[in-house]
Design a protein around this ligand. Structure first.
Ligand code: SIN
Ligand code: FE2
Length: 217
């Protein structure tokens, strides 16, 4: 990773920070392979461009999305679903890069979830003001596997609540290289991302990239 003159040097990963039963933050866990991840994101999004999906209610999402892996998460007027093909091209999503699957497997194990083999990776791009409202990840075929979420670029405020939408979410600052994992009793926890603050990241400029790994089947 490259640091700008006034950037704080991030601390290397030491241990998981448990935030709820089955949920942990692994601060700095992805730092040592950030360049590999970012180059793979560039290759994937060259083949399957980031796009703003429309919700079933007709809103255009502020976060731009793409996918890699056997299945990709999509939304349109007919609903949310996983699809083996990119609706923009009609072609299968780009395969999941080897480094992605490996990182997700290692991160899940740190949080206590062994043998995590994701078949879907959603790529989210946030520009300043983009946000993701509180939601549950519940379009996956099984709730046995955790969700592994990798943050790159500008810092964001991650909202992590409980199993009910009305549970007031806690706020965590996620920085470049941080990984969040939630599964088991937290698998259906409501979560979201507060509007991204303006900023300039040394490698990514004015954006945050998030990789979310799931077992969708
Ligand atoms: C998500 O819930 O899909 C993304 C969360 C994040 O961007 O940190
Ligand atoms: Fe989510």
């Amino acid at each position: 990773m490259t640091l700008g003159l006034f950037d704080e040097a991030p601390a290397p990963y030491t241990a998981p920070e448990v935030i709820a039963p089955g949920a942990a933050l692994l601060r700095g866990f992805a730092l040592e392979m950030d360049e590999v991840l970012l180059q793979a994101v560039e290759a994937v999004t060259a083949a399957a461009p980031l796009r703003h999906l429309v919700t079933p209610g007709g809103y255009t999402m502020s976060v731009a999305m793409s996918n890699c892996g056997a299945l990709g998460w999509v939304s349109d007027r007919s609903g949310y679903r996983y699809d083996a093909r990119d609706p923009l091209s009609g072609k299968p999503w780009p395969p999941m890069p080897a480094g992605f699957a490996q990182l997700a497997l290692r991160a899940a194990a740190q949080a206590g979830f062994e043998n995590f083999r994701p078949d879907a990776c959603l790529i989210n791009r946030y520009e300043p003001r983009a946000r993701l409202s509180l939601h549950q990840d519940k379009d996956e075929g099984s709730m046995d596997a955790p969700i592994v979420s990798v943050s790159l670029g500008l810092p964001a405020v991650f909202l992590f609540g409980g199993l009910s939408r009305s549970d007031r979410p806690a706020r965590y600052r996620l920085q470049h290289g941080d990984v969040a994992v939630w599964g088991g009793p937290s698998r259906l926890a409501y979560h979201g991302v507060a509007p991204l603050a303006r900023g300039e990241h040394a490698r990514l400029g004015a954006q945050r990239i998030n990789l979310t790994f799931r077992c969708a089947r």
